[in-house]
Design a protein around this ligand. Structure first.
Ligand SMILES: Cc1cc2nc3c(=O)[nH]c(=O)nc-3n(C[C@H](O)[C@H](O)[C@H](O)COP(=O)(O)O)c2cc1C
Length: 232
């Protein structure tokens, strides 16, 4: 949902239910930057996320302006050249229902973009858009400490969702991207962050370009009975 659609300014926000339903992954952005006071407001809201023992085991590196453009160029060049560095390599392949959901998501995204299943070049080009941050004017990278385990990764997930809901509530689109963890050394160097912080994923964000086919993708969810057990 764009700022224009919501008619929201810096001081306004959607209700909670509206916000949750408005948030979805946005994969094409307009170039206009988000005002710095609104950025600071939303990142401060994200910091209200709960964490084990209030340890707040997260660090965001938020790029905008010339720094974002430099990083975008670096990402596109280095990924194309195969210079990948990941702090958290993939654990394995999806199977069963998880594989089905992954296929459904890919089919719907590429379908919205008019890319056929057999069109490998088209899919490759669409995947490369990850490294251009989908043209977003901002990108945030979420780090956790090197001693962190599953609990801290869960804390960081809560922080990230609070951030994306905060953005959505103020009419700002976002896309969380594991693809943005593929060049962790470059991000640390550009952000001046030392190797004791490990990169979990990145989030491109800004005002949605709602005329773009990638943003027409809508994904459903499993029915409640498949994901919730009420025990009385
Ligand atoms: C941790 C995480 C990593 C993701 N990585 C990518 C990515 O690299 N590229 C991408 O286009 N979408 C990525 N996504 C977006 C998911 O595909 C998307 O959240 C999911 O399909 C549900 O769609 P929705 O966000 O529109 O509701 C990621 C989502 C999460 C939570």
């Amino acid at each position: 949902m764009t700022k224009m659609e919501t008619g929201l300014g810096a001081g306004d926000s959607l209700t909670f239910d509206e916000t949750v339903l408005a948030r979805r992954s946005v994969r094409a952005f307009r170039p206009d930057p988000v005002p710095q006071p609104l950025l600071e407001h939303v990142f401060a809201l994200a910091g209200r996320a709960p964490s084990n023992c209030n340890t707040q085991p997260w660090l965001s590196a938020v790029f905008g302006g010339a720094a974002c453009e430099r990083l975008r160029r670096g990402f596109m060049a280095d990924f194309a050249a195969g210079k990948v560095s990941m702090d958290f390599p993939y654990a394995g392949k999806y199977d069963g229902i998880y594989k089905d959901r992954q296929y459904d998501a890919a089919e719907k995204l590429y379908g919205a973009m008019g890319i056929e299943r057999a069109d490998k070049a088209g899919r490759g080009a669409a995947f490369m858009r990850n490294f251009a941050f989908f043209d977003a004017p901002h990108v945030a990278f979420l780090f956790i400490p090197d001693w962190a385990g599953v609990r801290e990764a869960a804390d960081a997930g809560m922080y990230a969702q609070t951030l994306m809901l905060g953005l959505a509530a103020h009419g700002i689109g976002s896309c969380p991207q594991t693809a943005l963890s593929f060049l962790c050394d470059m991000v640390r160097a550009e952000a001046g962050i030392d190797a004791s912080w490990k990169l979990l994923f990145g989030i491109s964000f800004g005002y949605e370009d709602d005329g773009q086919p990638a943003n027409a993708c809508r994904l459903g969810r499993a029915v409640l009975d498949d994901t919730v057990r009420f025990v009385n």
